[in-house]
Design a binder for this molecule. Sequence first.
Ligand SMILES: Nc1ncnc2c1ncn2[C@@H]1O[C@H](COP(=O)(O)OP(=O)(O)OP(=O)(O)O)[C@@H](O)[C@H]1O
Ligand SMILES: [Mg+2]
Length: 256
Amino acid sequence: MLATLVQRDGRPAVRRPANPVVSCQGVTKDFGTGDTKTAALRGVELELYAGQLSLVVGPSGCGKTTLISIIAGLLDPTAGKVNVLGVELSQLGGRGLVEFRARNIGFVFQQYNLLPALSAAENAAVPLLITGWRRPKAVARAREMLAAVGLEHRPNAFPSQLSSGQQQRVAIARALINEPRLLVCDEPTAALDASAGHTVMELIHQVAVQPDRAVIVVTHDSRIYGFGDRIVQMSDGRVERIEEAGQQRSTILAGR
Ligand SMILES: Nc1ncnc2c1ncn2[C@@H]1O[C@H](COP(=O)(O)OP(=O)(O)OP(=O)(O)O)[C@@H](O)[C@H]1O
Ligand SMILES: [Mg+2]
């Protein structure tokens, strides 16, 4: 069953007519076997729509990173169906999945995951190189993306020469360079101070308001709750509740 979706006045929300960008049905994930088995996800039902920024919140260990890694095709579920942009991820083979991801999904990690031996522009160009772009053209496009995230003056800097906020902006440029329909971010502001975190969320939010794009952001950071159009509350491997923006967030985020 889908988690309760309610509107501000408590009535059930109207179903959206558009096809969801992401649909999860009965998604489970077990790590390990026997005595060491951990049930990280216990039957997740979730639909995400274009034009929205969904925040995924919940206590440490409730399965947030596991869920978005499965949605992004970085991890296989133990059971259940994950459909992204009308494609059942389990139907794609290894190479097919790599290409589907490179074309359609941008992923921003908490720790950026930049390649230390590559410059900012080369890092941002990586998804284009995977999809067959020639290097000079890919790096030129990457410079444009860096300018879009406010780093036009540092294309040749290596990650170690950039601040945390600048590295996260390179990671966002890399995630957006293929104009993905789905952007997935795991705690993108966790390592940033308030000002850098705000800049990064403004960037992510700009992306999300595009009508054909969906954005998921996992966060513990209460400073950024205001950026979400929906709040997906997870608990113990399940989606417990989904709230649309403008609702009594203080209630849900206080853990009710
Ligand atoms: N590779 C793994 N091997 C074994 N157990 C794992 C693995 N990854 C996650 N888990 C377990 O699965 C559960 C969910 O982990 P997950 O990382 O998804 O939580 P989370 O909600 O992202 O937590 P946090 O807020 O601390 O990042 C936890 O109990 C965790 O210990
Ligand atoms: Mg996590």
